[in-house]
Structures are given as structure tokens and as C-alpha cells.
Design a protein around this ligand. Structure first.
Ligand code: ADP
Ligand code: ZN
Ligand code: ZN
Length: 749
């Protein structure tokens, strides 16, 4: 037998299959990882398929050395998915296959952890007879034997707690054939805090939505459901109980012997979602996210691979989880940009999820209070099925939202970062012993140091971005390359000494709050305070246990968290993200504001939300006051149509990075010309609506200069073919110039 193997070396020249002979007696199938000789060395590879013949001359073909695991690491449908990814992103097969396994499995960098275990090997009566013959003075031996007489498995660690230095005794007992001593696997489990696993009695809305989903799930088991009964979008307002629907769907999958993948955007949310799922599904649930240690990740992955865990909850890469019999993929907060991968291949986890659902005959459920414009448009077209839960659980009202016009505050002489109305509401909330959340919108924004005389802003010497002032160490930080330096005393441009930090960080909010309300207990959650592995979860628990009255944070607190005692939410600078250089700025702002408002009034206490803004008339802000998704959607959709933005078009760009600006720009110009020529030659120039080569919005990062060719294409099969062809132009030359190609990139920086 021969195996067709992909060598695990990422070089396009090696991106083809090599034949190897399978030595007699070695049982292998497609999907196994194997150790193979390659040139003068040995390396790792993946078996794509088996064959009875090979075109390689018999004398030249080499043998597989050994399998790397005792099971195929890549399941058949994931092999197929890897092939699709290759084709779609023009990456090598080994790059695609690497997505399917924990990184440290390659190169054997992570191992199964074991411990010594002991178990009685005798029958009950035999053991009693043996015990009777133990001398009176052998007290320790007696104790140990009576400890082991339950004939259960005991770890060496536990035995040590019973008798001191048990090794010689164990050796003796093993020699007498009384006990078995062996190694057993020790699972490295991520720290979890399960929340109550009780089921709720479903509301009418939940019942109806679930009914549709279960019907589709059922029909997946029989014949294939029609293409438009597979993908569902659940639009449920904040607090409508989407999580309960997800859990019931997962339960139904388990009952039918199927598995579920639940994708959640980021760690703050992961934490709470995981707690709920753990509470309900116990060890049938597994977690996969970036904060796990290599060992934890490996162990969780293997539990999934072995079919012990059949409910997988994780961040975007969990979409590649090795589950069999997939019943459903659920994507919570589906509008979140974090479902796009930032590194190559830049996949969208929702699209991968859809491919898997199609290939494996499962259903896809995309849930959100603020669906992405793209998904909602798909529902309108009838490609996705729209499910709605327009009311909160138990008839709770949506929170009351008020606008504070910060332009008026300033003209009335209020220089505080808190509007008068927010101050008043904070006072009331604290007096009533309730909790508040203060949210600072910092997406695409950081506290910079600016000269008040000439307006110069301090930028990173290596990157084209403003540096952010960190109060904790008194330094300016560049968030792109990590450069740190003390802030200048005088303006480097005009010499003025009135140069200081403008804009607001969470620390400033905290200080001002303490000044207004001396003695108030606060918790601050941002990327600085949540570096350690469990910091997020600990802060969430502390706030839930009411150890603090006010939680201050960035977007990481906006989503998914359920704190019953929060009655007030203040958005300090609500509209900052409206100014991002991105066609999705309005969409992102609206989503953030609705999500953050949704944190208020979730239990007994009714909720109030204060949105502080300089642009109260912008439709994204106005619609968030009424929390009217439809109204926002209609506005945004018609704007996208008239300005020809996605979903009506596809935005793509070449990003060129080079050592100097001239090279980058010249390469970009060349690519632009080449692109135009391509479209002319294929006679599809009318599909190309716009093309422009220019500096990238951030024109250098870490001294690498960045230029781009931005283009807008009409949505059409011609365009799809063109995009596939263009993405083959990515390159990396010896001079250090790299060209990458991005289709609908998550960020246009
Ligand atoms: P969403 O994700 O839609 O914002 P959640 O799933 O967080 O809403 O649910 C909001 C709250 O309602 C949670 O505390 C949840 O436990 C509770 N809940 C969900 N379904 C029910 C139900 N059928 N009956 C009572 N409480 C429910
Ligand atoms: Zn100046
Ligand atoms: Zn920098």
C-alpha cells in the first residue's frame, strides 16, 4: 500500500503530494499524521489518501517511519474542508491543515500528561486472606491495604496522603501481585466556574424559535434540507434569552447522538457562556480559546477528537474542532469582527461554519441583537431564515435610553467628562445600592498627547500612529510596535509647554468618578487590567458578587454579560467609533451602543442608559436610543446601496509592505496597472467599479511602509473568479517586500 502525503513544510514548491510506502503491518488511513524521511532529514506529514499503486519507481520510493499519533488527527470531512480552504485562499495544503490541530502538536511540543495510579489486583476474598497474613507490626502496610480494599483506582499522590513514603511498600505489594501500578492520563482542565445548570421554562418566543430549529435539525437526519432551510439568523433583543435557545438546541443535538460547535467572540463573553454550558452539560462540554495553555488546549482537543466532549465552545478557531456527526454550529454575537481571522489565511469563521454545515449536513444558527448588515440582508433575500425574539424575558422592558448632548454641556460650562444627567443618575443608583456600568468606546482610538497651542500630536517614531499615554507607568506606548517613551515636556513642533494628554482612558473615568463620589468601589476592566489568564473571569465574578458598585471598561464589557443588579449604564464617549476610516463605522457604533445599553435592567430593577455624544443626530446614535434595529438597517442598507458598499459590492485590497515608502508605492502602482489590465483582458472591466493605489491609512508600522490598492467590485460570478485569480498574486520577495490580498477585510487600517 502507498500513502499520498502532504509534507508539513510551508513552501509553495513543496505544495504537492509525495508518495510513500506503508511498511507491512502498519495500519494507516487518510488523515493520519506520520513521520517521514524527506531529503536528508525526517519531517512530519499528513496522509491525504491511500493507493494501491504509485507512479514513483519502486527503487526510489521511501517508507513511512512511524505514525505520530495512534489515531488519525484529521477527520475525513476536515481534510475536505482543508482542500476547500486551499482553493479559496490560495494557500498551501499544509497551511490549511495546520488550522485543524493544536499548534503544539506539530513538532511534538506538547505531550499527554500522566500520573502513577494504583489499583488492587486481587479478588475480595483473596485480598482478605492476604491481609490476614500481614504481620501485626506492619501497621503502615495494613493501613495501605485497607485504603486499597475498595478496589478503586487511586493516584500515587492520594496514597502519599495516607501513608508516608509509600514507594517501598508499593514495590513489595506489586511483587506479591496484590496491586497493579500503571500510568494514567491526567487531564489538564481549564479553570471553569459553572453557573447553575437549571433549565428555564421556555417563553413563547423561545418555544417558537426552537421549534423551527428542531424541525430543521430533524430533517437534516433524514433527507437533506433545502438550501434555504439550513442557515438561520436569530435576531433577539438583548435579554430575550438567546442563550437558552442555544442550550436547548445543543441538548437536542446530543440526544440525537450529534455534536455542536458554539462560537463566541471573545474572552469576556467566552467566560460567561462557558460557565452556562458547563453548568448544563458538565464534562460533555469542552472549551477552546486562545488563553488556554498548550497542554489544556491539547487535552481539550483530544477529548473532542475522542468524542468524549460533544459540545464545543470556543473562539473563531473552534470552528475547526474535530467533532463527528455535527448537528449544528451556533455563532453568538455573529456581527462581531473577531470572527475574521487576522492572520493568513484570513478566513471568516461564519463562512467556514457554513461550509461545514453544508458538507456535514448540519444547521447553522447566527444569533445577535444587532445582526450584521450582511447577514440580515441575506435573510431579506431569503437565503437565510429569519427568526425573531423581539421581547425581553418575562416581559421586562428594554432600558430607557437618554441622550446627553456633550456640545451643550460644554456651552453650559460643564467641563467634566460626565454630563449633568449622568452624574445625577449615578448618585441615585449608588444611593439605592444598585450597580452601574460605565462604558468607554475606544475602538480605533487611544488617549493621545496633543499640543494645545499648535495641535501637534505625538506619534510613534516607527509607526504612523499616535502614541497612547498610560498613566500606570507615565509613558507613551505604541500599540502597534510596542515602543515606549516618556512624554515630551515641550511640544517638538512649537516649543509650547501646554502639551498634555487629551481624550479619556478608563483610568481617567475611574479617577473622576472617585472624585465625585468619594469612597465608591470600582472595578476597571481593560486590556491593561486583564492580562493574566483568569483576570477577566475573576473581575466578572467580583462584580457579580457585588464587591464593587461601578464597573468601568472598554468594549470588552459591552457584550453578552448578564449582571442582574445593574440598573444604570453610561456610555461616556459614544460616538468615537463613528469617525473610523471604515465604511462599517456606523454599523459598529450602532452595534456597540445597543449591546452596551442591553447590559442594563436585566433583572428586577428597571434600567436606564445615558449615551453621551457629540453627534446626537447621526442615525446610528438616534436608532440606538430607540434600539430600533430595523430602522437602523433600512438607513444603513440604503446608504450602502447608494454609495456602493458591501453587501452590494465586494471590497478588496492589495496590501504592500516594504522597507521604504517609494518601493511600497511603486509596487502598489504596478499592481493597480496589472489589475486594470487583467479586467480589460478578461473583458469584465465594468465589474471593477473603483480602483486606487495609495498609502494605507496607517502608512507605516514598525518601520515597514504600507501602501495599498483598494478596489470595489460589483457582486457577480465574474468578480469571484477575478478575486481568486488576483489572490494568486500575493508574494514575498527577497528584498523584504510582501504583497497580501484581502477580500472584505475586517479592518482597513
Ligand atoms: P440574550 O443573550 O438574548 O441577551 P440571555 O440569554 O443572556 O439573553 O438571557 C437573559 C436572562 O434571562 C438570563 O439571566 C437568562 O438566564 C434568563 N432567561 C433566559 N430564558 C429564560 C426563561 N425562559 N425564563 C426565565 N429566565 C430566562
Ligand atoms: Zn505645539
Ligand atoms: Zn510603533
Amino acid at each position: 500500500m502507498y500513502a499520498r502525503v502532504i509534507v508539513d513544510i510551508n513552501a509553495s514548491a513543496l505544495d504537492k503530494v509525495f508518495d510513500y510506502r506503508i511498511p507491512d503491518g502498519m495500519e494507516l488511513t487518510a488523515g493520519w499524521r506520520v513521520k517521514i524521511p524527506f531529503g536528508q532529514r525526517t519531517t512530519e506529514g499528513y496522509i491525504l489518501s491511500l493507493s494501491e499503486t504509485s507512479s514513483v519507481e519502486p527503487g526510489k520510493i521511501r517508507d513511512i517511519i512511524e505514525p505520530l499519533e495512534d489515531y488519525p488527527a484529521i477527520l475525513p470531512h476536515l481534510l475536505k474542508l482543508a482542500e476547500e480552504i486551499c482553493e479559496c485562499f490560495h494557500c498551501t495544503m499544509s497551511t490549511a491543515l495546520r488550522l485543524m490541530i493544536p499548534a503544539q502538536m506539530r513538532g511534538n511540543k506538547v505531550h499527554v500528561k500522566t500520573e502513577t495510579a494504583v489499583r488492587c489486583a486481587l479478588q475480595k476474598e483473596e485480598l482478605i486472606r492476604y491481609q490476614e497474613n500481614v504481620g501485626k507490626r506492619a501497621v503502615r502496610k495494613k493501613i495501605l491495604l485497607s485504603y486499597l480494599s475498595d478496589r478503586e483506582e487511586h493516584s500515587l499522590k492520594d496514597i502519599r496522603a495516607v501513608v508516608h513514603d509509600p514507594k517501598p511498600l508499593l514495590d513489595e505489594l506489586q511483587k506479591d501481585g496484590v496491586i497493579d501500578v500503571y500510568q494514567r492520563e491526567l487531564k489538564r482542565a481549564p479553570l471553569i466556574y459553572p453557573l447553575s445548570g437549571n433549565e428555564h421554562t421556555l417563553s413563547e418566543e423561545q418555544e417558537e424559535v426552537l421549534g423551527e430549529l428542531l424541525f430543521a435539525l430533524q430533517s437534516c437526519s433524514g433527507q437533506k434540507p433545502g438550501p434555504n432551510r439550513r442557515c438561520f439568523i436569530l435576531h433577539g433583543v438583548t435579554g430575550s434569552g438567546k442563550t437558552e435557545v442555544y442550550m436547548r438546541l445543543a441538548q437536542a443535538c446530543l440526544e440525537q447522538g450529534k455534536s455542536v460547535i458554539v462560537l463566541v467572540p471573545e474572552i469576556a463573553l467566552t467566560a460567561q457562556m462557558v460557565s452556562w454550558f458547563e453548568g448544563r452539560f458538565g464534562s460533555l462540554a469542552a472549551v477552546l480559546h486562545s488563553r488556554l495553555t498548550a497542554g489544556e488546549r491539547f487535552d481539550e482537543w483530544r477529548r473532542i477528537r475522542r468524542g468524549e466532549a460533544r459540545v464545543v465552545i470556543g473562539a473563531r478557531s473552534a470552528v475547526f474542532a474535530p467533532v463527528e456527526h455535527l448537528g449544528a454550529v451556533i455563532v453568538d454575537e455573529e456581527h462581531e469582527p473577531s470572527f475574521f481571522s487576522e492572520s493568513f489565511p484570513q478566513y471568516d469563521a461564519r463562512e467556514i461554519a457554513l461550509s461545514r454545515a453544508k458538507n456535514e449536513n448540519a444547521i447553522l444558527l447566527l444569533g445577535s441583537a444587532t445582526p450584521s448588515i450582511y447577514s440580515f440582508a441575506m435573510a431579506r433575500k431569503g437565503e437565510y431564515v429569519l427568526l425573531e425574539m423581539p421581547h425581553r424575558i418575562n416581559g421586562k422592558p428594554l432600558p430607557e435610553v437618554h441622550i446627553a448632548d456633550m456640545r451643550r454641556e460644554l456651552s453650559m460650562g460643564n467641563r467634566s467628562i460626565f454630563s449633568v444627567v449622568l452624574q445625577e443618575q449615578l448618585r441615585k443608583t449608588l444611593q439605592a445600592g444598585q450597580q452601574a456600568i460605565l462604558f468607554l468606546n475606544r475602538r480605533g482610538y487611544a488617549a493621545s498627547v496633543t499640543c494645545r497651542s499648535c495641535g501637534t500630536t505625538i506619534k510613534c517614531p516607527h509607526c504612523d500612529v499616535s502614541m497612547a499615554y498610560h498613566k500606570s507607568d507615565g509613558l507613551l506606548h505604541c500599540h502597534y510596535c510596542g515602543t515606549e517613551m516618556p512624554p515630551p515636556v515641550r511640544c517638538p513642533n512649537c516649543g509650547s509647554s501646554s502639551i498634555r494628554s487629551v481624550g479619556i482612558g478608563t483610568q481617567r473615568v475611574e479617577e473622576e468618578l472617585r472624585r465625585l463620589f468619594p469612597g465608591v468601589k470600582t472595578l476597571r476592566m481593560d486590556s491593561d487590567t486583564t492580562r493574566s489568564q483568569n483576570a477577566h473571569q475573576e473581575m466578572i465574578n467580583a462584580f457579580r458578587a457585588r464587591e464593587a458598585q461601578v464597573l468601568i471598561g472598554t468594549q470588552m464589557i459591552a457584550k453578552g454579560l448578564d449582571f442582574p443588579q445593574v440598573s444604570l449604564v453610561g456610555a461616556i464617549l459614544a460616538d468615537l467609533s463613528l469617525n473610523m476610516p471604515d465604511y462599517r463605522a456606523a454599523e459598529r457604533t450602532f452595534q456597540l451602543l445597543v449591546q452596551v445599553a442591553g447590559r442594563a435592567g436585566r433583572a428586577e430593577v428597571p434600567g436606564k442608559v445615558i449615551i453621551q455624544t457629540y453627534q446626537p443626530d447621526h442615525y446610528a446614535v438616534a436608532s440606538s436610543v430607540t434600539q430600533d434595529y430595523r430602522q437602523f438597517f433600512e438607513n444603513e442598507f440604503s446608504r450602502r446601496r447608494s454609495q456602493l458598499y458591501p453587501p452590494f459590492t465586494v471590497i478588496a485590497r492589495f496590501l504592500v509592505e516594504a522597507k521604504d515608502g517609494m518601493t511600497a508605492k511603486e509596487e502598489a502602482n504596478k499592481l493597480a496597472e496589472q489589475t486594470k489590465a487583467y479586467f480589460n483582458e478578461k473583458k469584465i472591466a465594468k465589474r471593477l467599479l473603483f480602483i486606487r493605489s495609495d498609502e494605507a491609512p496607517i502608512s507605516y508600522i514598525d518601520n515597514r511602509f504600507r501602501a495599498q490598492v483598494l478596489m470595489k467590485l460589483l457582486k457577480h460570478p465574474d468578480s469571484d473568479r477575478a478575486l481568486a485569480d488576483l489572490s494568486a498574486w500575493c508574494s514575498q520577495n527577497d528584498g523584504g517586500t510582501t504583497v497580501s490580498f484581502e477580500i472584505n477585510p475586517a479592518s482597513l487600517a
